[in-house]
Write a protein that binds this ligand. Structure first.
Ligand code: HEC
Length: 476
């Protein structure tokens, strides 16, 4: 019973912890904030198949045209192209050649491609890491003096990681651009978007295009039901300017569902087949954006959300925040003493307490810490004590956060627990550099600011009642 209350509280606190400011009205009423599309954009797949060399005998004399070009296309060039998110293009022989040692070092050290999960923990369907045999191939190529080969040897890669959704059915954006104030480092702002569709829909894919990557630190998309919409509109009306201040949560009340989140490095996410997040007509999307202002002048932001939709799915899913509510209620209970380099915080709970003894299926997880995070681990402990690794992030990097989807979803029965551990480093070496200056360590506590810390995760789940029937995961 206690566990049920704690979890309930966690979800509730997450949903409602809003220290919202008041003000006078200026609701803005433009209505060009959404666009329904039916285009079939660049179909992409995230797995299957493999490189031309996969499973085939070792190539002793790889060439650029014969092997490396395709390998770069498959693993690197979606970001490392002109105008891409990577700092330099690697999409031609001329561009790759002078970078080949840097490329080899980044790949052997597994800094690139930026896949953060330890693959010995579990297998992920959206894994975009580079398999060892391809790392070896690249390494052999560099050691052999990077032979060019003949363009006729080129075979395009079979599959490329999808940084875009295979299809975009709805594109919504903030009603107008917002410029965060210069006099505050952290600004939490919520923006309302009218859900434009008139029938029940399920969100099956999600991608964020932040308008200004210099200031958008993270972005969470909540969905408020029609019955709660008025409270959110009031919230917006009470605050001058576009949107309203919303530290900690979207405010508004009720229980807003989560549709997805973005932090640096988050690629497009296609939710597990047969599942989706329900949105009813009349709903409001609430974009909670945390702006972190470190550079002036501050440029405006107009962020865009792309969604893939289905009218029907086999089972409704939910994105459940997993966090110790005690840390959120009393920030001092999560203290990271200055100077210490291994500070663990752990939380565990039995999710089935929320389904009245039914099962909960976990399809994937994302973890969230800030700059002092060192490692993150999520594991399952079965009722009989047996353990299973769910997610391990051996080198936490704030700049690369994403959802790791399991190849084999994990079914939790009554008595099974999920454990989440965040390890923090608050030593002098671990301090972030702000405007060229390494910060001095000080005691750090739970909080939403970028110099505070957090330890939480988001689980993508579906639920069943005790009799096996699908339910809506604590739809309250
Ligand atoms: C999802 C986008 C993305 C992909 C895929 C990607 N990179 Fe990067 N890469 C970046 C970004 C952004 C940076 C700069 C920030 C950083 O270093 O984390 C970077 C930095 C680098 C650097 C310089 C920093 C370092 O760690 O050495 C190298 C070299 C590099 N990438 C090579 C590669 C290679 C080779 C691949 C493919 C095997 C690859 N990248 C795949 C986005 C990407």
């Amino acid at each position: 019973m206690f566990a049920r209350m704690v979890l309930f509280l966690a979800l509730f606190v997450w949903a409602s912890l809003g220290l919202n400011c008041s003000g006078t009205t200026t609701p803005s009423d433009g209505d060009s904030s959404s666009e329904v599309t039916s285009s079939q954009e660049s179909p992409g797949s995230t797995q299957d198949g493999g490189s031309p060399s996969e499973g085939i005998s070792v190539v002793s004399n790889p060439t650029y045209h014969g092997h490396i070009k395709a390998l770069m296309e498959k693993h690197c060039n979606s970001c490392h192209k002109t105008g891409g998110m990577g700092p330099f293009p690697l999409d031609s022989l001329e561009r790759l050649m002078p970078m080949k040692s840097a490329v080899l070092s980044a790949v052997t050290d597994k800094r690139m491609p930026p896949w953060q999960a330890d693959n010995t923990c579990n297998d992920y369907s959206n894994d975009f890491s580079m398999p060892q045999h391809e790392i070896d191939l690249l390494s052999r190529w560099v050691k052999n003096g990077a032979p060019v080969g003949d363009p006729s040897e080129y075979q395009p890669p079979k599959d490329k990681p999808a940084l875009q959704l295979p299809r975009v059915d709805l594109r919504v954006k903030m009603k107008e651009a917002y410029t965060p104030p210069e006099n505050r480092v952290d600004d939490y702002r919520c923006f309302l978007i009218d859900w434009p569709l008139k029938e029940t829909q399920f969100v099956t894919g999600f991608r964020v295009q932040p308008g200004n990557t210099e200031t958008v630190h993270h972005l969470i998309v909540y969905m408020a039901d029609a019955k709660d919409a008025a409270a959110y509109l009031q919230e917006d009306a009470n605050s001058p300017g576009i949107g309203y201040n919303c530290y900690g949560g979207p405010g508004g009340g009720g229980y807003p569902g989560l549709l997805g989140a973005w932090a640096p490095g988050t690629p497009a996410t296609v939710y597990p087949k047969g599942t989706g997040l329900r949105v009813e007509p009349g709903a409001k999307l609430v974009l909670q954006i945390h702006y972190n202002v470190t550079r002036k002048p501050v440029k405006p932001d107009l962020s865009v959300i792309e969604l893939m939709l289905e009218k029907k799915v086999k089972q409704q899913a939910m994105i459940a925040p997993f966090v110790d509510p005690i840390w959120m209620i009393n920030k001092k209970t999560m203290k990271l003493p200055k100077g210490q380099s291994n500070i663990p915080y752990e939380f565990s709970a039995d999710l089935t307490t929320l389904t009245g003894g039914g099962t909960v299926t976990v399809y994937g997880a994302a973890m969230h810490m800030h700059m002092l995070g060192k490692t993150g681990t999520m594991r399952i402990q079965r009722k009989d004590g047996e353990e299973q690794c769910l997610l391990r992030i051996p080198r936490w990097d704030f700049n690369w956060q994403s959802t790791f989807l399991l190849q084999k979803p994990i079914v939790l029965n009554e008595g099974d627990k999920i454990f989440m551990q965040c390890m923090f480093d608050n030593s002098a070496q671990a301090q972030p550099t702000v405007e060229g200056k390494k910060q001095k360590p000080s005691d750090v506590f739970w909080g939403g600011g970028s110099t505070d810390e957090m330890c939480l995760s988001f689980l993508y789940i579906t639920c069943n009642d005790a009799d096996g029937k699908a339910n809506n995961c604590f739809d309250f």
